[in-house]
Ligand binder design. Structure first.
Ligand code: NDP
Ligand code: 8X3
Length: 257
């Protein structure tokens, strides 16, 4: 029997990168998986591939986590056999730009705050009551090294990830005694669409972020999430920092150039 047999996992930001890898690896471990993101075609393609490759059912949910009403409607409309979510992976998130705070864009700030903080809170608030009622569940929040160390021009993105870290700690306290476990995972550099999104499609600039060093893969992070989710029920891994060997801190990166 697979470790997550009979479980339901909900992964936000499952259309790419770390979320895609988590959806895949959790299905390989036996879980049924709800994949949530905005890009419908990508989501359906990934869901189909996971079903073919793992034999587990998947449920794509096309939704913008910034739209509270839309998230509420989508989650309330889940078919009854999908409603009892056991594991929530709060992964949807993004950075926009790398700009000194005095030149920052209000729109970019809103987008990061609304996605990385408000979106995480909305999904969590809607999923938690069911977990508490059933007396068990797990929330995995994907933070970042940026949630521990601020770096130049990272200002608002770093602030949102500090908020994720604070919320993980807050959840651990508030959910004590409910049977719900909360894990915070802070990755260093992972090569995904993250930098392409940050630099608005400038693939050359995005590639330069990882020049001469070996970043983590999305799968590296997903494997850690799976390890945390498959500990015995009395074990709660509160906090993980996973870095590439070539990265010592937010700003110290070893490059072979
Ligand atoms: P990707 O850009 O590859 O994936 C981001 C995912 O988030 C996509 O599936 C995207 O889907 C989804 N998403 C973004 N905005 C929304 C929204 N408003 N509503 C729903 N889904 C949304 O990046 P990563 O996989 O790297 O990022 C995943 C998480 O990991 C983020 O929280 C990021 O901050 C964090 N992280 C990334 C690191 C890295 O170096 N890559 C390091 C540390 C942390 P869609 O566009 O289809 O909606
Ligand atoms: C993403 C990693 O260092 O670009 O959270 O902020 S970093």
């Amino acid at each position: 029997m697979k470790p997550l047999e009979g479980r339901i996992s909900l992964v936000t930001g499952a259309s790419s990168g770390i979320g895609h890898a988590c959806a895949e690896i959790f299905a390989e471990a036996g879980s049924r998986v709800i994949l949530l993101a905005r890009r419908e075609e990508k989501l359906r393609q990934i869901a189909r591939h996971i079903e073919e490759h793992t034999g587990r059912s998947t449920l794509p949910v096309v939704c913008d986590v910034r739209d509270r009403q839309a998230v509420e409607t989508a989650l309330h409309a889940l078919p009854s056999e999908w409603q009892a979510v056991d594991i929530l992976i709060n992964n949807a998130g993004l950075a926009r730009g790398l700009t000194p705070i005095q030149n920052g864009s209000f729109d970019d700030w809103d987008e990061m705050i609304d996605t990385n903080i408000r979106g995480l809170l909305t999904v969590t608030r809607l999923i938690l009551p069911g977990m508490i009622e059933r007396g068990e569940g797990m929330i995995i929040n994907i933070g970042s090294i940026a949630g521990r160390q601020v770096y130049p021009m990272g200002n608002v993105y770093c602030a949102t990830k500090h908020a994720v870290r604070a919320l993980s700690e807050a959840m651990q306290m508030d959910l004590l005694g409910t049977g719900v476990r909360v894990t915070n995972i802070d990755p260093g550099m992972v090569e995904t669409e993250f930098s392409i999104v940050r630099f608005r499609g400038n693939t050359e600039r995005a590639a330069s972020v990882y020049a001469g060093m070996k970043p983590l893969t999305a799968r590296d992070v997903a494997e850690v999430a799976l390890f945390c989710a498959t500990r015995p029920p009395h074990v709660s891994i509160h906090d993980v920092l996973i870095m590439p060997r070539d990265q010592a801190s937010s700003t110290m990166v070893h490059r072979r150039t």
